[in-house]
Design a protein around this ligand. Structure first.
Ligand code: UDP
Ligand code: MG
Length: 338
C-alpha cells in the first residue's frame, strides 16, 4: 500500500456545516501530571486562535483528557484544570490502566457524541500542535482521515530511533498496513470514528486499522519535539510488546512462514539423506554423534519457534473470544463554560 499519494479529498466536509464545526482533541494520559498544565495552555492558545482567525470553519472546541488508570495525581490535575478553565475541558477516568490504544478508543467513544471531527494527540505535546490547522483544512476539503507524519526522528534517542526503524521494517515485511513515522496524531471525521468503533477487536492497533479503513485520506508532515515534562511510558519492553501486538493483530504472514520453514527443512533433510546414502555406499560412515545432536537442536528450536508463533495467534483468539469490555469509566469531569 502506498500512503504517500493519497488521492486529493473532494470538497465534502465544507459546505453545510460551514459555521458549526466542533473539534475535539482526545488525549490519553498515563501518569502525566507533570505536563498537563503546559499541554492545556499550549492547546487552548492554539485552538482559540484557530477559532478567532476564522481561517477554518471550526467555531468551538473541547479537550478531552482520558486518564488511563494513572497512579500519580493526573486525575486531580485534570479536575483542577477543568474547574478553572474558561474553555471546554472534559475528563474521563478509566478504572484501571488499559493501555494507550484502548484509552484512545474510550475517548473517541465519548467524544463522538458532540464532535464533528476528533484529533487524537499524546499528552506530552511532542507532536506539533501547529499541524492541527492543516489537518482541519484537509478535513474541510473532504478528508475523513488526516494522518500526521513526523518529518524526522531527530528528537529520539539512539535506541528509540533504531528500534522504530526495525519495527517499521518488520511491519512492512509482514504486510501490516502501517505508515512509517506516524504516531497517534491524526484527525478523524465523525463518520470515520463511527466506523472505527465498529471494529470489535480487543487487540486494537489503531496505526494499522485506520489506514486500512479507506475513505478520503491525507497526510500532514510536522517536526516532532522532545518531551518537555515527565517521562516516556514506552521503554524497550513495552515497545517490543507493541510491535508484536501490531504484527500479529494484522498479518498472518508469520504463521504462513512456518510452512515455508517446514518445506526448506524438508529439502535440507533430503539433501542430508542423499549425502548419508552416498557415504554408506562408499563405506565412509562414522558414528555420527555430532550431526545427530546438531539435528536434534536444530529441529527442536524450529519446532519451538513455530509453536511460539502459533501460540501468539492462539493467545489472540483466546482474548478475542472472551470479548471482555475494553475499559470501564470510573468518573467524568466537565468544565462549566463561563
Ligand atoms: N499512555 C497511555 N497509557 C499507557 C501508556 C501511555 O495512555 O499505558 C499515553 C501517554 O500518557 C502519552 C501517550 O500515551 O499521552 C504516549 O506515551 P509516551 O509519550 O510516553 O510515548 P513515546 O512518545 O515515548 O513513544
Ligand atoms: Mg511521547
Amino acid at each position: 500500500m502506498n500512503f504517500d499519494n493519497f488521492p486529493s479529498c473532494a470538497n465534502m466536509n465544507n459546505d453545510d456545516n460551514r459555521h458549526s464545526l466542533h473539534l475535539t482533541i482526545v488525549i490519553p494520559c498515563f501518569n502525566e501530571e507533570a505536563t498537563l498544565n503546559y499541554t492545556t495552555d499550549a492547546l487552548i492558545s492554539h485552538l482559540q486562535s484557530l477559532v478567532n482567525s476564522n481561517q477554518t470553519a471550526i467555531d468551538n472546541f473541547s479537550i478531552l483528557f482520558v486518564d488511563d488508570g494513572s497512579i500519580d495525581n493526573t486525575w486531580e490535575k485534570i479536575c483542577s484544570i477543568a474547574s478553572s478553565a474558561k474553555s471546554d475541558i472534559k475528563g474521563i477516568k478509566l478504572s484501571r490502566n488499559v493501555g494507550q490504544q484502548n484509552a484512545i478508543i474510550a475517548g473517541l467513544e465519548h467524544a463522538i457524541e458532540y464532535s464533528d471531527a476528533i484529533i487524537t494527540l499524546d499528552a506530552d505535546l511532542q507532536d506539533d500542535v501547529n499541524a492541527i490547522t492543516e489537518m482541519v483544512e484537509k478535513f474541510q476539503d473532504g478528508c475523513d482521515i488526516v494522518i500526521g507524519i513526523r518529518k524526522n526522528r531527530n528528537s529520539d534517542s539512539f535506541l528509540k530511533k533504531h528500534t522504530a526503524n526495525l519495527f517499521y521494517n518488520l511491519m512492512k515485511n509482514t504486510h501490516t498496513p502501517v505508515i512509517p513515522n506516524h504516531a497517534e496524531f491524526r484527525l478523524l471525521s465523525k463518520r470515520a470514528v463511527k466506523h472505527l468503533l465498529e471494529y470489535p477487536e480487543r487487540n486494537v492497533f489503531l496505526r494499522g486499522i485506520i489506514p486500512s479503513m479507506g475513505f478520503h485520506s491525507a497526510t500532514v508532515y510536522y517536526d516532532r519535539n522532545s518531551r518537555k515534562y515527565g517521562k516516556s511510558k514506552y521503554p524497550l519492553g513495552q515497545m517490543l510488546n507493541f510491535a508484536v501486538e501490531g504484527i500479529t493483530s494484522f498479518s498472518i504472514r508469520p504463521i504462513r512462514s512456518i510452512f515455508l520453514i517446514g518445506i526448506i527443512s524438508l529439502f535440507l533433510t533430503m539433501s542430508v539423506g542423499i549425502y548419508v546414502l552416498i557415504a554408506i555406499l562408499l563405506g565412509r560412515t562414522y558414528p555420527g554423534w555430532a550431526s545427530l545432536i546438531l539435528s536434534i537442536w536444530f529441529l527442536g528450536s524450529l519446532i519451538l519457534v513455530a509453536l511460539g508463533i502459533i501460540g501468539e495467534y492462539i493467545g489472540k483468539i483466546y482474548m478475542e473470544v472472551k470479548s471482555r469490555p475494553r475499559y470501564f469509566i470510573e468518573s467524568t469531569v466537565n468544565s462549566i463554560k463561563k
